[in-house]
Design a protein around this ligand. Structure first.
Ligand SMILES: C[S@@+](CC[C@H](N)C(=O)[O-])C[C@H]1O[C@@H](n2cnc3c(N)ncnc32)[C@H](O)[C@@H]1O
Length: 265
């Protein structure tokens, strides 16, 4: 397998456990309620896995028994899987499968993802160098993850959030946001964009953690936003909501800090 640029964070950090927990729970809920395989697109695919994960990540994952992410990380001592494999493992654990289409502007990262068994995302109007371009295409999928680095709020959010909101009327959108300071102009700009374009989105929020030795969880507040017309229209979504409430309670225990889950307006 080719080796991509080293990451500036440890895979499986607190923000990852929020994001990956939501992806895994949504996938299992979706596969069960629709009784079919899920199509997941990940234009910011990252790495297929970290091998081995840092020991605290292994301990945290092992404590998640009963949640979908536990099933999606079958080898927590050896490997922490990234988003594409998590969705696939979560779907398989409930007897379905996932068609996982990935991309990344880092060509080495992309090659490692493909070599790990995932499929390349190609679509008219989609530019792999600009993963955000996926939300302005008419691609059909069940779930898309928008998962860039921290500059997103400053640079791209005003343009991308309205397009992502539009895409969420035909497929579920998960957006991962790193927020340096929710009280500064950039942080407040994000709050305004959210209430204008995603008034009914579900969110899970993690404050900055005190230094734990896991890289990537002490500098930014992390928020994961989930939006899908299914969540508001499908009465069965109450089951997913209850599971995510429990998951946030579990993460509150695991991190020793309050993880806030909100199911829309
Ligand atoms: C946080 S990592 C993705 C992690 C992965 N989605 C997961 O959850 O396991 C972000 C990835 O997005 C890629 N990336 C950042 N900005 C991008 C852009 N504008 N277009 C395409 N890829 C981008 C980076 O190369 C990096 O590999």
């Amino acid at each position: 397998m080719m080796v991509a640029q080293p990451l500036p964070y440890d895979m499986g950090n607190a923000g990852d456990l929020l994001k990956h927990g939501i992806l895994a729970e949504f996938t299992q809920w979706w596969c069960k309620t629709h009784s079919k395989s899920i199509r997941f697109i990940d234009p910011f695919g990252g790495r297929p896995w970290a091998e081995p994960p840092v020991p605290l990540v292994t301990d945290r994952v092992k404590s998640l028994r009963g949640f979908a992410l536990f099933e999606a990380q079958p080898k927590p001592e050896m490997r922490y899987y990234g988003s594409g494999h998590i969705v696939r493992n979560a779907a398989r654990a409930v007897g379905q499968d996932a068609d996982v289409l990935v991309s990344d502007r880092d060509t080495m990262a992309l090659q490692a993802l493909i070599e790990s068994g995932l499929s390349a995302l190609r679509y008219p109007g989609f530019d792999p160098i600009n993963g955000f371009s996926i939300v302005s295409t008419d691609i059909e999928a069940d779930l898309v993850l928008i998962d860039p680095y921290a500059k997103f709020l400053k640079d791209k959010a005003p343009q991308v959030i309205p397009q992502a909101a539009k895409a969420s009327t035909r497929m579920a959108v998960v957006l991962f946001v790193l927020n340096l300071n929710p009280r500064n102009a950039v942080g407040q700009g994000y709050a305004a964009l959210k209430s204008d374009h995603f008034p009914n989105a579900w969110t899970m929020h993690c404050p900055k953690l005190r230094s734990t030795g896991v890289r990537g969880e002490s500098n930014y507040e992390a928020e994961v936003l989930l939006s899908s017309s299914d969540l508001n229209a499908n009465p069965l979504a109450i089951g997913l909501r209850a599971k995510l409430e429990k998951y946030a309670q579990k993460l509150t225990e695991v991190f020793g800090t309050h993880i806030l889950f909100s199911a829309g307006a």
